[in-house]
Ligand binder design. Structure first.
Ligand code: C5P
Length: 280
């Protein structure tokens, strides 16, 4: 729906929208903002992303992950140095976003935990916004309580400044170098242990990709790890990945658009979820 504020809040409109809802229609909620008249208020047509998200949810709802809850983390974390600066990485969040959308297409109820790198206009659904690894850990830990699947696609900073400055760090006369002390962040996917939940991780490496990915699969207690070359995948719309499992030989995929890769990953996630349910 899209209309003027007073029309949207009129009792007749409210009644009619409620009737449509009870008849099973999905309503893409209108938003607050500038209206056609130039006034501001409720009733503005939902964003293109929110309309697309609703369409995907409806078309996917009878899918293979229908009724399952999937938590996806996306984007690179930011570790504050002071109120204006942070240590970050080049992750664009494209892969996490593609996975979250693929899970929606498969009928899952998706919680997206995203850093500012993730373009909300390409998602359209509800999002838990975080910046630091610590905040991401808190959000993911809360979200997995109800979850059947955790996909950690986020590029989580391994370290953070020990004590972020409360004020902007200033240059000092005569000081040509400064030192930062960094402390290790928790390994989110490793410390989350939930019996029965399928855990998926990513490995982006510049060296010894397969060996490193294989050891992360084991040390982090994952059911599958998506291994790819760090330099070629970060910030790109495409990726060449190998899927490594605990229960079967690896599958080397061709270079794919990240949305196509996400669909392949989601097919494996579906298999792992169904296997687990059969053996539960
Ligand atoms: O150890 P590395 O950072 O290469 O591991 C990558 C995988 O582990 C990714 O799935 C990433 O989201 C996850 N991770 C995490 N918490 C960290 C570091 C990485 O969950 N502190």
């Amino acid at each position: 729906p899209a209309m003027e504020h007073h029309m949207w809040h009129h009792p007749a409109t409210r009644r009619n929208v409620e009737t449509l809802r009870q008849d099973g229609a999905t309503i893409v909620e209108s938003e607050r903002g500038y209206l056609a008249s130039g006034a501001q208020g409720d009733g503005r047509l939902g964003s293109r992303a929110s309309i697309l998200f609703a369409v995907r949810s409806v078309l996917g709802r009878a899918g293979q992950l229908s009724g399952r809850r999937v938590v996806v983390s996306a984007g690179g974390t930011r570790e504050a140095l002071d109120p204006v600066r942070y240590i970050g990485n080049r992750s664009s969040g494209t892969m996490g976003l593609a996975l979250a959308l693929a899970a929606v297409d498969a009928g899952a109820n998706v919680t997206l935990v995203a850093t500012p790198a993730v373009d909300g206009e390409r998602w359209g659904g509800p999002v838990v916004e975080v910046e630091s690894a610590t905040a991401m850990q808190q959000a993911v830990t809360g979200a997995v309580e109800e979850a059947d699947v955790l996909i950690m696609a986020a590029a989580v900073s391994d370290f953070r400044p020990r004590t972020p400055s409360a004020r902007k760090i200033k240059k000092q006369a005569g000081e040509d170098t400064i030192s930062l002390e960094l402390v290790k962040n928790p390994d989110i996917v490793k410390v989350i242990e939930k019996p029965g939940m399928v855990k998926i991780g990513f490995a982006a490496e510049t060296d010894n990709l397969m060996v490193n990915a294989q050891s992360k699969l084991v040390s982090k207690g994952l059911d599958m790890i998506v291994a790819n070359d760090a330099v070629r995948t970060i910030g790109s719309d495409r990726s060449q990945a190998t899927l490594i499992f605990g229960d079967r030989p690896p599958a080397e995929l061709p270079e794919l658009d990240k949305h196509d890769l996400a669909a392949r990953v989601m097919a494996e996630v579906t298999r792992l979820v169904h296997d687990r349910e059969r053996h539960a």
